[in-house]
Write a protein that binds this ligand. Structure first.
Ligand code: SF4
Length: 457
């Protein structure tokens, strides 16, 4: 009789730094939460139920978690919201359900919790913000050609249709505009009525045939009433020169129930059919940062979008310390996206230089090491690029840095096109544009250099 052999992990055979093991996706059981013991499967799959039961403050969170988490966590959360949060709290049940609530320590350590429910003690105690951090650190509003339409790259625009999302991420780069005001941040408001803003965007695109690629975003397009979104997309599809349309929605992972509603699926099918007939690439871009978020419902939402004719579903994650900034965390996530959920791992962005984000940000050299560590495991086309979104430049692959002062943590970048506000600037293409590493990652001399500048009167 032949003995049954245990499968051999490639790591055991070749001593690989990362061992790929195929893992089935699972939807954690929400009934483990005291507040959701009676919630049925039908309720859980209902987008409206999810929206109504989103958690907006520590009191609501406590009503769901009960004694699973100690009082000190709620105090820590309240302190953060009072003193440092740049985003208000908005957490769909779907997202809370992917977190580990087996103990207070596990909840504190949970990677999804770390960016969706930041607490005071998470933040960097010495340098919570970099001296060069800024609201709207990418200067998107400065590059608006009409309200909400950022023309930064030569052939691409970003259309911000609204300033809300079904979930608010602690590290949101559009913290200037997106979400409700917090104790620390009075948000800017879009002034035009949505219909007027959309008209102005369409008008600009009709007048600007050099733009071929439109990222339709916000906020999150899942918060645009479907009939309005469909009408906007159909008008975009009427413009002959628009060849790529990408819909930006973290809700595909944060609230997949939204993208599974019959009226949304049917509408998406109409839009995708029109895009196919006109030869336009229609894609969904989502934002998943950790493998725990990739559940069967997320895979179902992505599969459904592909089934109705969307050409591709891609992921643009954000690289964050304590969340996913290790080779194993990135590869686990990418394999789940690519292998189990039909979502292409596309980009990981360095966390932008917004206020109070230093504890999440990683240095450029760390990002370079991570890029190196993840090469060669995934199919080449599904190996994500780690990119730095350099103010006034745009996305640069982390190895493209032109010059790098490691002691002070200042990297310098160049570019090969003018942004919308530099058409008359003769030096735009010759200039070097700086980006800054978190000060706590610097050697002692570098930290002292910044400290000396901070203490100057
Ligand atoms: S989903 Fe995107 S736009 Fe909305 S809060 Fe998160 S990062 Fe910001």
């Amino acid at each position: 009789m032949t003995a049954i052999q245990e499968p051999v992990s490639p790591a055991d055979v070749y001593g690989q730094p990362y061992a790929y093991v195929r893992r089935e996706l699972t939807e954690p059981d929400w009934r483990r939460f005291p507040g959701w013991r009676e919630v049925t499967e039908a309720q859980w799959r209902d987008a409206q139920w999810q929206r109504v039961h989103c958690l907006r403050n520590a009191r609501q969170l406590k009503a769901v978690l009960g004694d699973l988490v100690d009082e000190r966590f709620y105090d820590d959360l309240a302190a953060d919201q009072r003193e440092l949060a740049t985003m208000s709290m908005l957490l769909p049940p779907q997202m809370l359900n992917t977190m580990d609530v087996s103990s207070t320590e596990a909840f504190y350590a949970d990677p999804v919790r770390r960016y969706m429910l930041p607490v005071r003690s998470d933040r960097d105690p010495v340098w919570p913000s970099h001296p060069h951090s800024a609201r709207d650190s990418l200067h998107e509003a400065e590059m608006w050609v009409v309200e909400g339409l950022t023309h930064r790259y030569p052939t691409k625009v970003l259309a911000e249709l609204l300033s809300t999302c079904p979930q608010y991420c602690g590290h949101c780069t559009r913290m200037d505009l997106v979400g409700n005001s917090t104790e620390q941040v009075a948000k800017h408001k879009l002034a035009l009525k949505p219909v007027d803003r959309q008209d102005a965007m369409i008008d600009y695109l009709r007048r600007t045939p050099g733009v071929r690629d439109v990222v339709v975003s916000g906020g999150d397009v899942a918060n645009v009433p479907w009939h309005q979104l469909e009408s906007f997309l159909m008008r975009l599809l009427d413009i002959e020169t628009v060849r790529d349309i990408r819909l930006a929605t973290k809700a595909l992972a944060g609230l997949p129930q939204h993208w599974l509603q019959p009226k949304v699926v049917e509408g998406l099918e109409r839009v995708a059919g029109t895009a196919q007939r006109r030869g336009v690439n229609l894609a969904i871009h989502t934002h998943v940062n950790h493998v725990q978020s990739v559940t069967p419902l997320v895979a179902e939402a992505a599969r459904t979008a592909l089934d109705v004719g969307v050409r591709d579903v891609r992921n643009q994650g954000v690289l964050m310390r304590g969340v996913n900034a290790t080779p194993a965390a990135l590869l686990d996530l990418c394999f789940a996206l690519q292998g189990e959920a039909n979502i292409l791992p596309y980009y990981f962005y360095l966390c932008d230089m917004i206020p109070n984000a230093e504890h999440w940000r990683v240095a450029v050299w760390e990002a370079q090491e991570l890029q190196h560590a993840i090469m060669g495991y995934l199919p080449g086309y599904a190996t994500p690029r780690i990119v730095c979104d350099v103010p006034y430049v745009g996305k640069r692959w982390v190895h493209q840095v032109a010059e790098y002062d490691r002691e002070r943590g200042i990297s310098y970048w160049t570019k090969n096109y003018r942004t919308g506000i530099e058409r008359e600037d003769p030096d735009a293409l010759a200039r070097r544009y700086p980006f800054y590493d978190p000060i706590t990652t610097l050697p002692e001399e570098g930290r002292a250099w910044w400290e000396a500048r901070r203490s100057r009167p």
